[in-house]
Design a protein around this ligand. Structure first.
Ligand code: GUN
Length: 293
């Protein structure tokens, strides 16, 4: 079994970006800038946003965190999005999800200028992905593709089973893995909550992408010997024996699954780190277009 180490791969991306920014800055260009909107104070969202902001600082990007309390109106939020759309000093905008129930995430995403939509959630970017046209790709599936590429993991002709059909992970992942690219060229099966006999699909899989959000639910007996396992899950489980009183686990029962795999991502230290690296890569792409104009 070999570990798909998100730390190694994400550090390589971040180092490359930091060097590229430095070269451009030395030539007189401004820094890349990512704006992030956070509504309310959901614990997981706070953690994700804090790491995105921290990473920007580490690689020489500016960040602009805009916070609203959970009661903010949809109109006020849309107004902020429109303001950022027209701000030429900001290259990328993300609105951290989930949003409170009274705000339509769909409306907010639609309001983001697709050229600044570094999360790749806008229908224009999702449509471009479906058609194989250039555009921003959602950071988690993009990060997984970068991991497969970094570790030279063979994907052509393999059976890939993706568990979870969210707009953010499972659906774009299915498009990416089925494309005629390397990595890619997989035969993809997209499983979800209504899939019958999920285990029978997992047992056939050369590549498993677990994004169902159920901690340690993918078990060793379902995994084919030599499979590649990508774990997108991140759940905090109470654990009084752990120093912080909790431990972070994925959707895969890592301890028992790992010995059967050819490659597997750890949690933490796998996909999560690459999600942030991919977001930074998208922001840099947006920035390059802006400074060229
Ligand atoms: N919530 C969970 N994952 C994400 C993400 O990648 N981007 C945003 N904006 N919100 C999220």
């Amino acid at each position: 079994m070999q570990l798909i180490d998100g730390k190694i791969a994400s550090e390589a991306v971040k180092t490359r970006l930091a060097e590229a920014v430095k070269v451009l800055q030395d030539k007189g260009n401004r820094k890349p800038c990512l704006a992030a909107i956070l509504v309310g104070n959901d614990g997981a969202s706070e953690t994700y946003i804090a790491s995105k902001v921290r990473t920007c600082g580490q690689i020489g990007f500016l960040s602009n965190l805009i916070r609203f309390d959970a009661q903010v109106s949809e109109e006020r939020l849309l107004e902020e999005v429109r303001k950022i759309n027209t701000d030429s000093t900001i290259d990328g905008l993300i609105v951290q999800l989930p949003l409170p129930a009274h705000i339509s995430a769909e409306k907010v995403i639609l309001a983001i200028d697709p050229k600044k939509d570094v999360d790749g959630f806008h229908p224009i970017n999702m449509g471009n992905l479906a058609l194989g046209l250039p555009g921003f790709v959602s950071a988690t599936p993009k990060g997984i593709m970068m991991l497969l590429e970094h570790f030279n993991i063979e994907t052509a002709g393999k059976n890939a089973v993706i568990i979870g059909r969210s707009n953010i992970v499972g659906t774009p992942m299915s498009l990416l893995l089925s494309k005629n690219t390397n990595p890619g060229n997989c035969t993809v099966t997209l499983c979800h909550s209504k899939t019958k006999n999920l285990n029978s699909f997992i047992k056939q899989a050369d590549i498993v992408v677990a994004a169902l959000g159920r901690p340690e639910s993918i078990v060793a007996e379902d995994i084919k010997e030599g499979a590649v396992v990508i774990d997108v899950g991140i759940t905090r489980l109470d654990d009084s024996s752990a120093p912080k009183g909790y431990r972070i686990v994925g959707d895969v029962d890592f301890k028992n699954v790992a010995p059967k795999c050819s490659w597997i991502t750890p949690v933490p230290g796998g996909v999560g780190l690459m999600t942030i690296a991919a977001l930074m890569q998208n922001t840099f792409t947006a920035y390059l277009k802006n400074i060229e104009n």
